[in-house]
Design a protein around this ligand. Structure first.
Ligand SMILES: [Zn+2]
Ligand SMILES: [Zn+2]
Ligand SMILES: [Zn+2]
Length: 250
């Protein structure tokens, strides 16, 4: 398994529209400092799976070969907006695994085009080839799944968007020897949001699940500024995501 993060920001992203702070100035000049909507690509042999579809240039990113499937965590626009264009493409359907959210987002269900939505049940493991996938309920303002991906005794948990973890999800992931945890960490420790983790929430989750490595994603503009001023605050084996970073294997 190989996992590359293609977006690591929240819905607003970096640079933030209308902002003239130093971080945004840096991000306008150097794309390395930009943060697009949180999403990732999981590669297994010659298969490519897209985790969330908030990027607006999916067609360009996958111009050589379509994604073999898409996993959606939930139907907030920053996780699905790229599908509004992609759906009108040609050729084979693309399976889209998602939580059973009957409303979804706007008219994606009414006009799915080449997207084949396939709703999954919480905690019900399914397989794609040798890859085992378990959808895990999270705590967010819309029905949201994290996913545990397992292959060849390697485990990656991709958990966004969430504030804490439901007890059953935490119990399920405990003692599962997670190699890599990707976790929604939208805010600095002093910020409270009922829909997203702050750094302390994420470190609590980390302490409970004991992954080998943790990567923080869904980073807000303000948290990014905070991180720049508090660079050395993270425990060992906890890292801040960047767009384009390959996080597994490391
Ligand atoms: Zn989000
Ligand atoms: Zn700014
Ligand atoms: Zn969301």
């Amino acid at each position: 398994m190989r996992l590359k993060l293609i977006g690591t920001g929240n819905a607003a992203g970096v640079p933030l529209f209308g902002c003239d702070c130093l971080l945004c100035a840096k991000a306008k000049e150097n794309t390395d400092f930009r943060r697009g909507p949180a999403s990732a690509v999981l590669e297994i042999d010659n298969k490519k799976y897209l985790l969330d579809a908030g990027a607006m240039d999916i067609a360009d990113k996958f111009s050589d070969k379509k994604p073999d499937a898409i996993f959606l965590t939930h139907f907030h626009p920053d996780h699905v907006q790229g599908l509004f264009h992609l759906r009108w493409g040609k050729g084979e359907n693309i399976p889209v695994y998602c939580p059973p959210d009957s409303t979804g987002c706007s008219d994606l269900f009414k006009n799915p085009g080449i997207l084949k939505f396939n709703t999954k049940k919480k905690f019900e493991e399914f397989s794609i080839g040798y890859l085992k996938v378990t959808p895990l309920p999270l705590i967010h303002s819309k029905l949201t799944f994290g996913y545990l991906f397992e292959l060849d005794n390697q485990r990656i948990a991709y958990l966004t968007d969430t504030k804490g973890l439901p007890p059953k999800t935490a119990l399920f992931l405990e003692d599962r020897n997670i190699d890599l945890l990707i976790i929604d960490t939208s805010h600095a420790p002093n910020v409270n949001d009922t829909n997203h983790n702050n750094l302390n929430d994420s470190l609590d989750i980390c302490e409970r699940l004991k992954p080998v490595r943790t990567v923080l994603t869904h980073i807000s503009h303000d948290f990014d500024i905070w991180l720049n001023e508090n660079k050395s605050c993270l425990p060992t084996e906890v890292y801040v995501a960047n767009d384009g970073l390959t996080v597994f294997p490391c």
